[in-house]
Design a binder for this molecule. Structure first.
Ligand code: ADP
Ligand code: MG
Length: 704
């Protein structure tokens, strides 16, 4: 069986269905088989309507009296009906699922699984999922639930799967390290579950398979990398000493070690592929500066890529100050740069040593004379593709050395496995004299007496000497606004948690704007003499930059913002941060956010604002107690498991569908088996499907 055959080859998949499937990334038979149920419903616990109790229920019955109407609230369609069994009747309601009106046949029996609750003064069954009784294999009583893809609903997937049931026997094995037929059985039981135990086993195998692929891909990436050629950059001790000696501070031991790792890497003609991991404020930029200097001394060029123009500008200002006196020619290249054409000519002519800009450098027509090092600050993905683009930007045809920097701590077990293609240096030491950020948990009712006076005090305090702003009157404040879970109250019953994957901005865009604006207005009322402005993710990049620039200059006293200020911004005169609704963020994210203050010489404060409905969580208490990102990451790992922390990474950058990074035992097993697999080079030829399937992982992934 050719698993890479297009989905049209499946029974019941016409051109229209195929088109929808493809839109959701299901192109081949293989994709279709690996589109696993997101959940399983059990029909062993069917209740009669007369005996229903509030909460989650399953009832079995026929449905009639279906109507659909637009609710008073915009964008909400309410579909209602009555379910009957031989003990009674119950009202059923769906929101924004108007297709329900055409779904049912009058004489057919269905299972309805949903929540039985009080709504508008009446008990109803709310947004139940539906399965046709005739479709359910009662021998197991388990029904797979699929994520809806456009007009293809869960039951459509069940039907399509049932059509292909006889094809499962043809599924070939994929991996050498497990018993024959394990794969076909696993896929079969995942889609046609016979018991909870079988589902568990099936998913465990499929998770293992996924991890095997991921780890294998990362190993092969490393091999590919070793085959590439890079510019050799010699280590010149007296030059480095010169730079180090010119700094207004001494490097930390960790910075020295990391720089040394990098110097050694760059002396080889194999391209460096290194991740520099260090807590906020640990001084990653200075390590990058040392590397950049070394490259400039050798007569080659460096590109430093930042996620935003603001950060690029900051890096430009900081690095120019350090490197230009030593003769390094530094240039800033962003959308707002004037005289771009001329600058690009100079870059091409080799008259610029260090180019600092955003990712746009990769996509536009910038060409280099001798690009030998690329530094990527706080970025998620940097793939083979991007690297190839960079190679093409350098006429030598050599691959540049690569240094990625991130503040996200990665546990060692993951470093060795999932990120096996990267070498890692860790900055586990903060510069001397760095002050801990005094963190306090306070409840909303305490704002007036505990928080507002503190804010007043900060705004009246002497500006921080490290700040470069010219218009500073006092010290400044960040106010981070409520994270909002979901803008649309109606629960999309069959949407599934995963359907939001890769949604960068997060849900609830418009309500976030509303809450930012509302808070801004409120604070302006409380502090009439202060300059209060807001920042949110939906603003145009140029608008955002302008606000950030004014904040850095000291023109704004209180910046009300969503989490868009999270990454890297450096305004040393901002010394107080308030995080509203602190409970709704992960520990790691809170720590990152908090890292925006405490960058100057003055004392810094962070207030974690909670509703006060419940006692503060262990998470917030740990944050109050500790300023150490690595310690906090470990605590978070224990408290929530890696699934939560690395969720975005898992489903976004790594694209794991079944496995989670919490499966440490499974990861260890897969890693060993990959090792064994790679010992026999003929495996690469023999296991064709495996090799073909892993191409999606063939990118160098970093995270943040
Ligand atoms: P991050 O690792 O979060 O990117 P930065 O590179 O922005 O941190 O450094 C934070 C601040 O610390 C900068 O103002 C930088 O100049 C300063 N810094 C870096 N290294 C040292 C050091 N060894 N001693 C004192 N200050 C340092
Ligand atoms: Mg940084």
């Amino acid at each position: 069986m050719d698993l890479f055959e297009p989905v049209e080859g499946l029974k019941g998949v016409g051109p229209k269905t195929a088109e929808i499937l493809k839109k959701y990334g299901i192109r081949t038979v293989r994709d279709f088989l690996y589109n696993l149920p997101r959940d399983y419903e059990s029909y062993q616990a069917v209740t009669s309507i007369a005996e229903m109790r509030p909460g989650k229920v399953v009832v079995r019955g026929k449905i009639d009296s279906l109507t659909s109407r637009k609710a008073r609230r915009r964008n909400l369609t309410v579909t209602e009906g009555v379910i009957r069994d031989n003990t009674g009747a119950v009202k059923v309601v769906w929101f924004n699922q108007s297709y329900r009106i055409r779904q049912f046949l009058p004489d057919k029996e269905y299972y309805f699984t949903g929540s039985y609750e009080l709504k508008n003064g009446r008990y109803s069954l709310i947004s139940p999922s539906v399965a046709e009784v005739a479709d359910i294999d009662m021998s197991s009583g388990l029904n797979p639930v699929y994520v809806a893809h456009g007009s293809l609903k869960s039951h459509d997937f069940r039907r399509l799967m049932a059509n292909s049931r006889d094809r499962f026997v043809d599924i070939p094995d994929l991996l050498p390290s497990v018993k024959p037929d394990t794969r076909k059985k696993a896929l079969f039981y995942a889609h046609f579950p016979s018991s909870v135990q079988m589902v568990g086993k099936a998913r465990e195998y499929l998770a293992y398979e996924e991890l095997f692929e991921l780890i294998l891909a990362s190993r092969l990436n490393r091999r590919e990398n070793e085959k590439l050629q890079a510019e050799k950059v010699p280590f010149v001790a007296e030059k480095v000493k010169g730079l180090v000696g010119s700094l207004p501070f001494t490097l930390t031991g960790a910075q020295r070690r990391a720089a040394w790792d990098i110097f050694q890497d760059m002396e080889r003609e194999v391209p460096m592929n290194r991740l520099l991991q260090g807590d906020v404020g640990s001084g990653k930029t200075m390590v990058a500066a040392l590397a950049a200097y070394e490259v400039a001394v050798a007569g080659h060029q460096v590109a430093l890529l930042a996620p935003t123009a603001i950060l690029a500008t900051q890096h430009f200002e900081g690095l120019s100050k350090v490197l230009e006196p030593l003769g390094v020619r530094v240039a800033l290249l962003t959308g707002a740069t004037k005289g771009k054409k001329e600058l690009k000519m100079r870059i091409l002519a080799g008259e610029v040593d260090l180019v600092i800009g955003t990712h746009a450098i990769l996509t536009d027509d910038t060409e280099f004379a001798r690009l030998a090092l690329v530094v990527i600050d706080e970025q998620h993905r940097f793939g083979v593709e991007q690297r190839q683009k960079l190679m093409m930007k350098s006429p030598s045809g050599l691959a540049p050395h690569l240094l990625a920097m991130t503040a996200t701590p990665i546990p060692r077990s993951l470093q060795l496995t999932v990120f096996g293609d990267l070498d890692v240096s860790i900055l586990d030491e903060l510069p001397a004299g760095r002050q801990a950020i005094a963190t306090s948990i306070i409840t909303e009712v305490e704002t007036k007496e505990r928080l507002y006076p503190k804010m007043q005090e900060i705004m009246a305090a002497t500006p921080d000497t490290k700040g470069r702003g010219r218009k500073m009157r006092g010290q400044q404040i960040y106010w981070i606004c409520k994270a909002i879970e979901n803008a649309d109250g109606a629960s999309g019953g069959e949407k599934g948690a995963r359907s939001g994957k890769g949604a960068g901005g997060g849900p609830g865009g418009t309500s976030e704007i509303i809450s930012v604006k509302r808070r801004c207005k409120r604070l302006q009322e409380v502090f009439p003499r202060a300059k209060v402005e807001f920042l949110h993710g939906k603003m145009k990049p140029a608008e955002k930059d302008a606000v950030m620039e004014r904040f850095a200059e000291g023109e704004i006293d209180i910046l009300v913002s969503t989490t868009v200020v999270e990454v890297g911004v450096d305004v040393p005169n901002a010394t107080l941060m308030v995080i509203e609704n602190a409970e709704s963020y992960g520990l790691a994210q809170l720590h990152q956010l908090r890292g925006r203050v405490g960058r100057g010489a003055s004392a810094a404060y962070c207030y974690l604002l909670t509703s006060g409905d419940e006692p503060p969580s262990r998470r917030l208490k740990e944050l109050e107690r500790s300023n150490d990102g690595f310690h906090l990451a470990e605590v978070d790992l224990k408290l929530r498991g890696p699934g939560e922390i690395y969720g975005a990474l898992q489903h976004g950058a790594l694209d794991l569908r079944i496995a989670t990074l919490a499966d440490t035992k499974l990861i260890a097993r897969a890693r060993k088996d990959v090792e064994r697999f790679l010992q026999k080079p003929e495996n690469m030829l023999q296991y064709k499907e495996l090799m073909r399937g892993i191409t999606k992982y063939q990118q160098i992934t970093t995270l943040n």
